[in-house]
Design a binder for this molecule. Structure first.
Ligand SMILES: NC(=O)c1ccc[n+]([C@@H]2O[C@H](COP(=O)([O-])OP(=O)(O)OC[C@H]3O[C@@H](n4cnc5c(N)ncnc54)[C@H](OP(=O)(O)O)[C@@H]3O)[C@@H](O)[C@H]2O)c1
Length: 316
């Protein structure tokens, strides 16, 4: 049983969330794992079990969600008990399940960052923070896309989501998108323009190399393309078109600015408290559950693009 040190808490993990970064960490040279062995997963929902010296904001018995649990050390949430710095833990409001808690970390913080990088835009999210703006979420049935739809909607934006077919359209609709567009058929630019006649302010982009022409066809002048995934090693840019549009490209990786991430975690917790961050098929993110002993299979499911949130249940 690990003991929490100064500033740390021990959490009994009820649900551990799996993200692409978990399989990438052991499979790619781009993000080499700094340890020979890890107990994986950054995200989790659970209950505080013990607190270390100096921790005053959390107490045993508190329901919490954890983020970045395995970042900077080799032990994450895929276990019954984990120890993390209190700064990477937030209260899990009573109205939210442990599955919600396990689905927030990487996806919601990435989505928050993508929604707060516009040149003159807000750096924080709250109700009304995005009033009057239009957000295009590429791939709204994905884990990050789902969180982006929910946070953008909570913050007052008009939300348009692209999807690859009817099943994912149903998920993005359940997540709260106002308009759904199939990016594989018809004239997606015209359909997006139908929901945003002046163009979109922010694009939360999962596949910029494939979508760049569509993005530039619908982006407003001074609009932002927030790129969080590498669908291809390179993207070709029409420089003049981008100059004419004043396009702002913001490439982003989550594991960098800890202060900004802490602020985002506070905003996400408020969104949860407001009931805006639901999971499950009825909220556009089916839960796909694996027992702890099948953690490897859970990561493979994420690698194979399972439609929904893959979680591991340490108690099973
Ligand atoms: N930069 C960071 O810090 C950061 C943080 C989190 C995640 N990521 C990365 O982001 C990626 C997505 O993560 P995730 O957890 O959201 O994965 P996910 O749940 O598998 O979702 C990916 C979604 O993208 C959709 N998609 C694929 N090609 C598309 C296209 N051309 N246009 C629109 N949608 C498209 C997929 O659906 P269809 O194929 O059916 O369209 C799927 O719904 C991963 O590569 C992950 O490593 C990066």
């Amino acid at each position: 049983m690990p003991e929490p040190g100064p500033g740390e808490v021990r959490i009994r993990i009820h649900v551990s969330g799996v993200n692409p970064t978990d399989w990438r960490a052991r499979s790619t040279v781009a993000w080499p794992m700094p340890y020979l062995e890890v107990t994986p997963h950054h995200d989790g929902g659970g209950v505080i079990d013990a607190v270390g010296p100096g921790v005053e904001t959390l107490a045993p018995g508190d329901r919490v969600w954890a983020m970045m649990a395995a970042w900077g050390h080799n032990t994450g949430t895929a276990q019954e008990f984990t120890v993390v710095p209190a700064s990477r833990v937030r209260p899990l409001p009573e109205n939210a399940s442990f599955e919600v808690g396990a689905s927030l970390g990487v996806p919601a913080l990435t989505a928050h960052r993508a929604l707060t990088v516009a040149e003159d835009g807000t750096r924080r999210l709250a109700p009304k923070a995005l009033d009057g703006s239009t957000v295009l979420v590429a791939g709204g049935a994905g884990a990050v896309g789902h969180a982006a739809i929910q946070l953008a909607r909570w913050a007052g934006a008009t939300v348009i989501s692209t999807v690859s077919g009817p099943e994912k359209a149903a998920l993005a609709t359940a997540a709260g998108a106002h308009h759904i567009v199939n990016y594989r058929e018809g004239d997606p630019a015209a359909e997006i323009r139908a929901g945003a006649k002046d163009g979109v302010d922010v694009i939360v982009e999962v596949a910029v190399a494939k979508n760049i022409d569509l993005d530039l066809a619908v982006l407003k002048s001074y609009g932002t393309i927030a790129v969080y995934a590498d669908d291809s090693p390179k993207v070709e840019l029409d420089i003049l078109r981008n100059i004419q549009l004043n396009t702002r490209f913001q490439f982003l990786v989550l594991f960098t600015d800890l202060d900004r991430m802490a602020a985002a975690a506070d905003d996400v917790t408020e969104a949860v408290r407001d009931g805006a961050m639901g999971v499950g098929a009825e909220n556009g993110l089916p839960i796909i559950r694996f027992p702890l002993a099948e953690t490897a299979a859970a990561q493979t499911a994420v690698q194979n693009h399972a439609a929904g949130k893959v979680v591991v249940d340490p108690a099973a």
